[in-house]
Design a protein around this ligand. Structure first.
Ligand code: ADP
Ligand code: ADP
Length: 239
């Protein structure tokens, strides 16, 4: 089984500024890893390297055993389908149902009109409903996405990543706009699906307390460098 994510000596400069300096880190299947650091530490740049939206100046980036930083356009499109993305800002299609948002993820890059016109197999619908059930939203499947709370919308985004059959999930500050209770629910679900389905999850946070409570492992970043890599207990010992 290849590692979910491996960065080796990744360096990235922007016009003389160093965003990342020799970053090495890994996430294994079934592991819920929190990327912890203040604003400007380099967390988003790490995510952009993992999805190959940014090319590192030095070093290598492997996703599921493949050098994603070296793939051509076509192979990159295929590789990206295996990566589920959950963003800080809620990014569902507001005027369609939760279910259709999940289905749109399942169909990947197929045009959304197929979902809008109900041109999807019943089997896909059942799978989407099962994933909404997993995140506790079966009762909200037919509600418009923009009628759901922020926490519920993030849970729909998780169901969408599951329906897409992601083997890796990247969650970029997924709870920064949520209240404390919803934040805990979302992190609990992310950790749970990681363990149940053997998905490597990398989730950025800036709250130390949440990282310590939920992470299997914490990778601390500061000013573009990894400054800590260990469990919550290791973090307490280091402090
Ligand atoms: P974080 O996500 O932890 O807030 P970022 O990865 O967004 O951190 O940023 C890391 C550093 O790189 C910051 O100093 C930021 O200003 C800089 N940076 C990020 N993206 C760009 C860019 N496109 N152009 C110039 N500087 C950038
Ligand atoms: P729309 O946004 O066009 O109303 P929905 O996403 O709500 O579509 O529904 C998707 C599919 O599920 C449609 O075929 C619809 O007829 C069916 N459906 C809608 N509501 C329910 C429900 N409460 N129980 C079972 N099936 C439903």
């Amino acid at each position: 089984n290849p590692s979910s994510i491996v960065l080796t000596g990744v360096t990235k400069h922007y016009a003389g500024n160093t965003a990342l300096s020799k970053v090495s880190m890994r996430v294994e299947p079934g592991e819920f890893v929190v990327l912890l650091g203040p604003s400007g530490a380099g967390k988003s740049t790490i995510f952009r390297c993992i999805t190959a939206l940014t090319a590192p100046d030095h070093g290598k980036v492997e996703v599921l055993g493949e050098r994603i930083d070296q793939l051509g356009k076509r192979d990159l499109r295929i590789a990206r389908r295996g990566i589920g993305l959950i963003f800080q800002q809620l990014n569902l299609i507001g005027r369609i149902s939760a279910l259709k948002n999940v289905l749109a993820g399942r169909l990947g890059y197929v045009p959304a009109w197929r979902v809008l016109l109900h041109l999807f197999p019943e089997q896909d619908r059942q799978q989407a409903l099962a994933n909404l059930d997993r995140v506790g939203l079966l009762n909200h499947a037919y509600q418009r996405a923009d009628s759901l709370s922020g926490g519920q919308q993030q849970r729909v985004a998780i169901a969408r990543a599951l329906s897409q059959q992601s083997r890796v999930i990247l969650a970029d500050e997924p709870v920064s706009s949520l209240d404390p209770e919803s934040s805990e629910t979302v992190l609990e679900i992310l950790r749970g699906i990681s363990h149940e389905r053997g998905i490597g999850v990398l989730c950025s946070l800036h709250q130390v307390d949440l990282a310590k409570r939920f992470a299997d492992r914490i990778i601390g970043v500061r000013a573009g460098s990894v400054v800590f890599d260990g469990t919550a207990a290791d973090l307490d010992d280091a402090a």
